[in-house]
Design a protein around this ligand. Structure first.
Ligand code: GDP
Ligand code: IMO
Ligand code: MG
Length: 427
């Protein structure tokens, strides 16, 4: 039975949480495979609104087992407060599984994230300050702490000491900060251990057995394709692989198991933090998209940068992820514009370029080439089928589909679970 990957096709905040939640009722497992609590996924169920950061959006579907895979970085304090927040609202979280191989975001990783950004000054990345980059750096440097280390005090102590040896030199000598005491960190981490223990599992085995038993597994990406450490707008990226391949390494499932890769695509574009953004708007249209779309960060509360739809990026996302489908979100936000510009290519140093340039310098120079599409003024939030949409909205969707290189199989016309037009079934 199918393993599906659902991921962001732009710079994050495309509406992955809503899309995952929508499918959650029909799948057996929802798995986060990378990132951590830098993600902010909003899910609206009836009159209830949930903001999830670390937990998979499937946690809101009673029949579904939520899984935090080995590729995720886990801040234990955030994990426990997110769980208790949901429990207080009556959500059963007892099925959650966490990989023993997932890495822990320690308090010193959060400190290093913040001081590094401060030190970079105007060259900063604009991270979420949650310790994501430094935790992945420790993982790659082989000085990371894993969830399983919480259950062997002696190993945990040795590893924290080893990690802090070098970091304290940097913190005190370069950043002029106080050294962090290993003992205190160990004590704090051990304080979380027993509360987390019931969830810890060999998730690779569980997921592969589930697939062998014909269960449906959905991999939910955090962030988006252009924030990918390898395929995004480096260095203005996150420190993991939200692209489809990340689901294999981040959950321990072979690529032959994945049958469908769904790209979540906003009907316009947003970005949080620093970095190039060719279609960014600095005028009243950008302000209107932010206001109507509610484009404010779920994690940091920062205003999102807003711009028109960029088909060059969508085509790129199709290619690097092997997308089989798109889920187009927030079409309703575009209601009311007489004409809607869509970026179909870039002009770079006087030349028209159809595909995303690999060169950072070229991408920084890219100017959007726009095609104008006719808008619509009718309220579309109640639309249930494609034919309920006004003709111009239909044409906008069809044009985006043609430019982006994969079928648009669902369309979001509002934040609610049921405010979705399903065109092709995902399962
Ligand atoms: P994620 O990080 O990809 O899960 O996206 P976020 O939750 O950060 O941001 C998407 C926002 O758009 C959330 O507030 C959603 O409730 C909202 N949303 C999702 N789909 C739609 C849609 O089709 N229409 C409208 N108006 N809002 C949507
Ligand atoms: P969701 O899952 C949008 C951005 C940050 C920053 C860069 C690096 O809600 O789509 P990090 O803290 O990861 O080291 O920051 O990545 N970023 C996101 N932008 N949505 C997200 O998640 C993001 N997660 C990280 O703003 O530019
Ligand atoms: Mg988000």
């Amino acid at each position: 039975m199918p393993a599906l990957v659902l991921l962001g096709a732009q710079w994050g905040d495309e509406g992955k949480g809503k899309a995952t939640d929508l499918l959650g009722g029909s799948v057996d497992y929802v798995v986060r495979y990378q990132g951590g609590n830098n993600a902010g996924h909003t899910v609206v169920v009836g009159d209830q609104k949930y903001a999830l950061h670390l937990l998979p959006s499937g946690i809101l579907s009673p029949g579904c087992t939520p899984v935090i895979g080995n590729g995720v970085v886990v801040d234990p304090s955030v994990l426990l407060s997110e769980l208790s927040g949901l429990n207080e609202r009556g959500v059963d979280t007892s099925k959650l599984l966490i990989s023993g191989n997932a890495h822990i975001i320690t308090p010193y990783n959060v400190t290093v994230d913040k001081v590094t950004e401060r030190f970079l000054g105007k060259r900063k990345i604009g991270t979420t300050g949650r310790g994501i980059g430094p935790t992945y750096a420790d993982k790659i440097n082989r000085v990371g702490i894993r969830v399983q280390d919480l259950y062997d005090e002696s190993i945990l102590t040795q590893k924290v000491e080893a990690a802090l040896d070098a970091k304290n030199q940097i913190l005190t000598k370069l950043y002029n900060r106080r050294a962090i005491a290993a003992g205190q960190v160990v004590e704090e981490l051990l304080g979380y251990a027993e509360q987390i223990r019931p969830y810890v599992a060999d998730t690779v085995l569980v997921l592969n057995q589930a697939l062998d038993d014909d269960k449906v597994v959905l991999f939910e990406g955090g962030q988006g394709t252009l924030l990918d450490i390898d395929h995004g707008t480096y260095p203005f990226v996150t420190s993991s692989n939200p692209t489809a391949g990340g689901a294999c390494t981040g959950a321990g499932v072979g690529p032959t198991k994945i049958s469908r890769v769904i790209g979540i695509l906003k009907a316009y574009t947003t970005r949080v933090g620093a970095g190039p953004f060719p279609t960014e708007l600095f005028d009243k249209d950008g302000e209107a998209l932010r206001e109507i779309g509610g484009e404010r960060g779920v994690t940091t509360g920062r205003d999102r940068r807003c711009g028109w739809f960029d088909a060059v990026i969508a085509r790129y996302a199709t290619r690097v992820n092997g997308l089989t489908d798109f889920f187009l979100t927030k079409l309703d936000v575009l209601t009311g514009w007489e004409q809607i510009p869509v970026c179909v290519a870039y002009e770079i140093d006087g030349k028209r370029v159809e595909e995303l340039p690999y060169s950072q310098t070229d991408f920084h120079h890219a100017k959007p080439v726009y095609e104008m599409l006719p808008g619509w003024s009718e309220d579309i939030t109640g639309a249930k089928t494609f034919s309920d949409l006004p003709k111009n909205a239909q044409a906008y969707v069809k044009a985006l589909e043609e430019m982006s290189g994969a079928p648009i199989s669902a369309i979001g016309v509002g934040p609610g679970r049921d405010e979705t037009i399903e065109i092709n079934s995902f399962l």
